[in-house]
Design a protein around this ligand. Structure first.
Ligand code: TRP
Length: 329
């Protein structure tokens, strides 16, 4: 059994793309591996949220991940700021992280561009905090996408450097977890590309039915097939791809055949798709609402997660302090 760590940014709500991509993989992993999933609320301070916004967004993502099926009995799900050990390891790792290498990371350069009026030290040392998140559990696998590859590279560098400086073989070098062939990419509703938060082309698990319907009915299509068995355009294929996840195989075949025989009506396709998405998301939305209304449950989950996560974090910090030379008199 491998130790797996992944951080979840407490921004925005989960959309169908997140669900069929990352979450489904988390659900599979929690059956087989020693998983730590945490809400990265220390990281989110780089954007200066208000206390209310910070708390609300942490609560929302926690409720969403639980509603989507992350099981606190199987995984360790916790809130990053409940582990002071992470802050301590971050401090220690910062001593051996160099300004030059941090300035060169693409994510830092992107962030300077995105928030030129708030280029704080937390942004610069973001990869150090991320390394602390991962190596505090001595994790070997990190299930993140390609956009996090450079951060993972930095994590390996900091782990290796620590081992080298102190002549120990203490921290493993974690690698991105390969999701395998079956990582499902859900396209957006705007004709091309994948579903994303910032693209504004997504459908959220928490979204109400009327709004889902409106979005699906407005999804980009083409002018329709003009010859039998014509290749499907990207925009229509996107709708088929979403349908593949939320509808029955019969429904999908029905519309594919209609397309092939040139008598598809996109209005009908969209109506069906909207209905099937709503059927899929409704139980999850209701669960999110139930969980959000149940502070006692949320508090129990957070406490249980923090306790389990601290077991490994406290052990690591104790050993790291010893290695560094903070020894008791
Ligand atoms: N940087 C990650 C992201 O933007 C979030 C994150 C923070 C993370 N700490 C982590 C992911 C540790 C994996 C492991 O999505």
């Amino acid at each position: 059994m491998e130790t797996v760590v992944s951080g979840i940014r407490p921004t925005g709500n989960l959309h169908l793309g997140n669900y069929f991509g990352a979450i489904k993989n988390f659900l599979k992993m929690q059956e087989e591996q020693n998983c730590y999933f945490f809400i990265a609320d220390y990281h989110s301070l780089t954007t200066h949220p208000t206390p209310e916004n910070l708390h609300e967004s942490v609560k929302q993502v926690l409720a969403e991940y639980l509603a989507a099926g992350i099981d606190p009995e199987k995984s360790t799900i916790y809130i990053q700021s409940d582990l002071p050990e992470i802050a301590e390891l971050y401090l220690l790792l910062n001593m051996n992280a160099y300004i030059g290498e941090l300035e060169r990371t693409t994510s830092f350069k992107d962030k300077i561009r995105a928030q030129p009026d708030n280029v704080n030290a937390g942004l610069l040392t973001y990869p150090v905090l991320m390394a602390a998140d991962i190596i505090v559990h001595k994790a070997k696998k990190v299930p993140v996408g390609k956009d996090q590859e450079q951060n993972l590279e930095m994590t390996r560098k900091f782990a290796r450097r620590f081992n080298h400086i102190y002549k120990v073989d203490y921290f493993p070098e974690p690698t991105t977890f390969n999701f395998g062939e079956d990582l499902i990419k859900i396209p957006g509703l705007d004709g091309s590309g994948k579903m994303g938060k910032s693209e504004g082309n997504g459908i959220f698990l928490f979204e109400d039915p009327a709004s889902i319907k409106k979005k699906v009915m407005r999804a980009v299509t083409d002018s329709g097939p003009s010859a039998m068995n014509q290749t499907v355009s990207e925009s229509v294929q996107n709708l088929f791809d979403i349908m593949k996840q939320v509808s029955t195989p019969d429904t999908l075949d029905f519309f594919k055949e209609k397309y092939a025989s040139c008598d598809i009506r996109y209005g009908d396709l969209k109506k069906q798709l909207a209905e099937d998405i709503i059927n899929f998301t409704t139980p999850i939305r209701e669960k999110i609402e139930d969980i959000k209304a149940n502070d006692a449950y949320l508090s129990k989950v957070a406490q249980m997660g923090a306790e389990k996560a601290r077991e490994s974090a406290v052990k690591t910090i104790k050993e790291v302090r010893e290695i560094i030379g903070f020894r008791k008199f």
